[in-house]
Design a protein around this ligand. Structure first.
Ligand SMILES: NC(=O)c1ccc[n+]([C@@H]2O[C@H](COP(=O)([O-])OP(=O)(O)OC[C@H]3O[C@@H](n4cnc5c(N)ncnc54)[C@H](O)[C@@H]3O)[C@@H](O)[C@H]2O)c1
Length: 307
């Protein structure tokens, strides 16, 4: 199949590209390399350095004529979204609308949309959170990703464009940027291996739902093959405290004394875990890589291959 992956030079998108290529698909990538890296793009995939919110996107669609579009390109930082909400909306809301418009114009069959579970629901009413939980984002990022979802749903109704929306928990694994403000596993791992003391914001008792990036890539393959539209969490349903992540990474790296503790960060939810039952029912997807194994693989990658 001909598949266009936006954000295919980024952390998650590059693993999705690898999985598509391994599945025998013909892949093209659209990415500005804003946070992504050319070196992460699979050599068999064609890279277009084009902004998803720009008019030049039309040329890529005209040339590639993809059957499926997998949309991972985004302004993916919560902190940047608070500082620059208009730029965040330009990329995430208007960029998604531009993708959908081009998809309909050129006869794309299906769109896969990488959305967020962690930034959508606010402080959850109960755990683990299901997909029908009220949407109450705490950041412009959560709002702009949800705007993308609404447009994807709309294009399904208005134009019959088939879609699947994947709402990710906290994704971790090889190629995650350790220098951004998010991605606690990558940040702690790089700090420990570099001999620096990681900082935990707050008491470290806050929880997250950590899902390994190869499991996420496999969910994308299943969503691509799935017949019918849908939305589902890509998550484990398991809460892990930041203190536990610190301890497990200290063991896996063999480094890391006591952490430093800093003030809690505004806009972060305190606890979250997302119910993966719907993905199991609709896509027959379940996470395969447990946390300790996933962290071990991540640490190994940072030791050997991190840029
Ligand atoms: N990492 C997570 O835990 C997580 C959780 C929930 C949702 N997501 C979503 O998954 C997707 C990928 O996130 P990631 O963590 O891999 O981040 P990332 O920053 O590594 O990937 C985003 C990619 O999009 C590219 N990009 C940015 N702006 C662009 C633009 N205007 N046009 C074209 N390309 C552009 C970047 O260069 C980068 O390669 C995003 O849509 C994000 O919202 C990630």
């Amino acid at each position: 199949m001909k598949i266009l992956v936006t954000g295919g030079a980024g952390f998650i998108g590059s693993h999705v590209v690898d999985a598509y290529v391994a599945g025998g698909h013909d892949v093209a990538v659209v990415d500005t390399l804003q946070t992504g890296r050319e070196a992460s793009v699979h050599p068999q995939a064609r890279l277009y350095r084009v902004d998803v919110a720009s008019p030049e996107l039309a040329d890529v669609f005209a040339r590639e004529r993809p059957e499926v579009v997998n949309h991972h390109a985004a302004q993916a930082s919560v902190a940047v979204s608070v500082k620059e909400p208009l730029e965040d909306a330009r990329v995430n809301a208007l960029g998604t609308l531009n993708i959908l418009n081009q998809a309909v114009r050129t006869g794309v069959r299906k769109v896969i949309f990488a959305s967020t579970g962690g930034a959508l629901y606010g402080e959850p009413e109960g755990m683990p959170v299901r997909e029908d939980h009220p949407v109450r984002p705490l950041s412009p990022y959560g709002a702009s990703k949800y705007a993308g979802e609404i447009y994807v749903n709309l294009y399904g109704r208005l134009h019959g464009l088939s879609f699947f929306i994947l709402r990710y928990a906290n994704v971790y694994g090889p190629r995650q940027d350790p220098y951004g403000e998010a991605g606690v596993v990558a940040i702690f791992t790089a700090a420990m291996l570099g001999g620096r003391t990681p900082v935990i914001f707050g008491a470290g008792t806050q929880t997250r739902d950590f899902v390994y990036v190869e499991d996420v890539a496999r969910a994308n393959l299943l969503a691509t093959a799935h017949v019918g539209d849908g939305v589902a969490h890509v998550s484990t349903g398991i809460e892990t405290t930041v203190n536990d992540i610190y301890r497990l990474l200290a063991e896996a790296t063999g480094e890391g004394g006591a952490p430093e503790y800093g003030p809690p960060r505004e806009g972060d939810v305190y606890r979250i875990a997302l119910d993966p039952a719907l993905a199991a029912r609709t896509l027959a997807w379940r996470p395969r890589v447990g946390l300790e194994e996933g962290l071990r693989r991540t640490v190994e990658w940072f030791r050997v291959s991190a840029p």
